[in-house]
Design a protein around this ligand. Sequence first.
Ligand code: 4AD
Length: 454
Amino acid sequence: AKQVVLTEDASLPKATSIKIRNGVANRGKRVKVSGWVHRLRVQGKNMTFIILRDGTGYLQCVLTDNLCQTYDALTLTLESTVTVYGVINELPAGKTAADNHELTVDYWECLGKAPGGEHAMSNKVNENSDPSVKYDLRHLVLREEKASNILKVRSEVMKAFRSYFDGEGYVEVTPPALVQTSVEGGSTLFELNYYNEKAYLTQSSQLYLETCLPSLGDVYCLVGSYRAEKSHTRRHLSEFTHCEAEMAFITFDDLLDRLEDMICGVIDSVLAHKQSADIVYKLNPNFKKPERPFLRMDYSDAIQYLKDNDIKKEDGTFYEFGEDIPEAPERAMTDKIGRPILLCRFPVEIKSFYMKRCPENLRLTESVDVLMPGVGEIVGGSMRISDLDELMAAYKRESLDPSPYYWFTDQRKYGTAEHGGFGLGLERYVAWLLNLHTVRDACLYPRFTGRAFP
Ligand code: 4AD
């Protein structure tokens, strides 16, 4: 058979290069679009449909006659890169495609052909692949619609947090990842050799944020935190994006109000973004904006709730006051209550060294965890110790050597203030919003026990 070779018709108007997201605005004009072959359907000898993907959207392209009879057309594979030229037209009633239009191709080129057959991407990894294969081939999985949709919403959520804080007048800072003090206890520290000194990857930027209050006022950051977690759960990562904020001259009630305000404000901005809202309702069809005010519940009432609802430890006994409420009972309670909970006032012995005690009961701290149905804890926060002697006693109680914390201690010497803040795990927020089974799916390249590649 004679080989068909295509040439661009020089009499046609020059094509303008566009991204798929701008397709609607460019209907009727001759355009040029580059992307990856997401789907491919050959319909007889004279027609081939390509669903093209460029990261901004999906575009149905139709190749007819000799356009689909070239060597490249006959050997075209999924994931190959192509540039197509032609005109986008609205589809007649009864036909469906993304954005309700399609590009009628008048010329096209294949830029890079992907392997087919047994080496085709869909043969190496697909929905039925073992999870470990999916993580090994995360770079390919990202091309799938669900994975990329999650990342698009994640990007919008990050923007929404920034715009919330911006609107409230917070200053964004970027504290260091390499540190020499712990925040949340020694057991989850990643230790490293730093020019022959011991250093760690930060667990939380909180202490640094506290040092910014006197110079910058209310501050926040959106950076990585690292935890050498022993627990292999669907909500624990070794590296996560931590959205932390710190505020001066507030009360515990102010802290709770601001948390609720932020969580709801971010939902509103994400849903105001059409593409994100569509993804939220696609992945989480039953999503409902939480009602305000959130349920405010004390830790001691949660212990009682677990008893009243027969939620027990593995050994069959009940949780008692002073014990940590682990993930399983916490989730059981949250799912049963079915709405966000601000769980408040945990006992001193199960919380971090820096937390302020409740003036009305010194066994308790002015602390809060935000619990969301489906995920459980997404935020940990508290008021901080404002008194120097109390801070020195706290180091002692937790057997922390105060000397490396001199810069933190100085905050209580050079003009102390009532202040508080919180940390929200971005992946947990996204997992809640999109109803994901695991926070791992909310990461570009998740890091968890035993995995730091690719
Ligand atoms: O409750 P945490 O440990 O609190 C702090 O680190 C405080 N210093 C924050 C602050 O007040 N500035 O962690 C806060 C949140 C958790 O509620 C959770 O959402 C997330 O960070 N987080 C994790 N997310 C994923 N994987 C892990 N291993 C996480 N550890 C904490």
